[in-house]
Unconditional design. Structure first.
Length: 86
């Protein structure tokens, strides 16, 4: 994997995790459920497929999870500020 692919993957997975987590938070009206679902999906895929991620893969998956945690934090902050739709 080249360094350019690695950097693009980090940005892509972070934005993807944030976007999917944010949408799930708005639809399901929960704050941290997308994080639990994300951890479950990643762990299930790694265990079921018997995949051992390398260092680069673990960093990319961690950035995706950071995006999901960021979406939960953002939704929580918006709710505290009084936005009812979130």
């Amino acid at each position: 994997m080249s360094i350019l692919q690695f950097l693009v993957s980090i940005v892509l997975f972070t934005v993807l995790g944030f976007g999917i987590g944010f949408i799930l938070n708005m639809i399901l009206k929960t704050t941290w459920l997308p994080v639990v679902i994300g951890v479950g999906v990643v762990a299930g895929a790694l265990i079921y497929q018997k995949i051992v991620p390398g260092v680069w893969d673990a960093i990319i998956l961690g950035c995706g999870m950071a995006g999901t945690v960021g979406s939960g934090w953002t939704i929580s902050l918006l709710r505290k500020k009084g936005y009812r739709m979130f």
